[in-house]
Design a protein around this ligand. Sequence first.
Ligand code: B12
Length: 210
Amino acid sequence: MTDLNAMTDALVACDTARLTTLVNEALAADVPATEILNKGLIAGMDIVGERMESGDMFIPEVLMAAQAMAGCVTILKPMLGDDDSATGASVLIGTVKGDLHDIGKNLVAMMLESAGMEVHNLGVDIPPEDFVTQIKEKKAKVVCLSALLTTTMPMMKQTVDAIVESGLRDQVKILVGGAPVTQSFADEIGADGFAADAGSASKLAKSLVN
Ligand code: B12
């Protein structure tokens, strides 16, 4: 039987080799990729976050855990697809200026891609003006902003404001997300939507462009 707790433990222990073996074994045992992701990997990252906060894990270890998780997400990628393919709409996604977290953002990008969208993943630490330039360049219909720090949430508002000031606001739908972000924050800063996870983000993006 597949033990998703063992996966969580391996991630927290930054044991990449064991984690990779466990993920491959779970897939071979037909455990759904979404279950591996949510109950094994994301559950592990939550514990990593708690330990980081309590000072029991330090940045280099957190980075190792993040890299181990990113490797497993690559393995899961083909199985996380959303077969309800929709649109070839151009979508921009990036982590806002000042914020370097990208695991969740990359998961959202992956789900959007597998929903048939043309995804332009701008990366991390993206200033508002770069989002504006890229909207024009990539003729984007949707812009997805990610932030994991309470201190970078205001940068989401600055990015929305920059899009408004550029005169492009009517051409794009803006989605926001990341662990500290909420629906009420999205409403407050004038975004079009919020989603708590990658699957809901992709469904929401599709509903907004269809
Ligand atoms: C891994 C990690 C790091 C890694 C990041 C590596 C990487 N490549 O991403 C490193 C070590 C670099 C790091 C650094 C820091 N971190 Co950090 N980090 C984390 C940790 C443990 C996990 C984040 C993660 O990947 N989660 C898993 C993914 C899958 O979840 P997610 O990102 O939430 O994404 C999901 C949803 O939110 C949503 N989503 C995400 N983006 C979007 C976008 C849209 C549009 C939508 C719709 C949805 C959506 O879908 C995703 C998939 O389901 C969190 C703790 C936690 N539990 O969140 C702390 C955490 C976010 N970090 C924290 C801190 C404090 C820092 C540092 C300031 C530490 C320091 N002293 O230097 C630095 C900041 C660096 C910077 N400028 O960004 C704090 C933030 C506290 C706060 N109140 O703001 C946290 C909460 C840890 C803690 N409990 O203290 N961190």
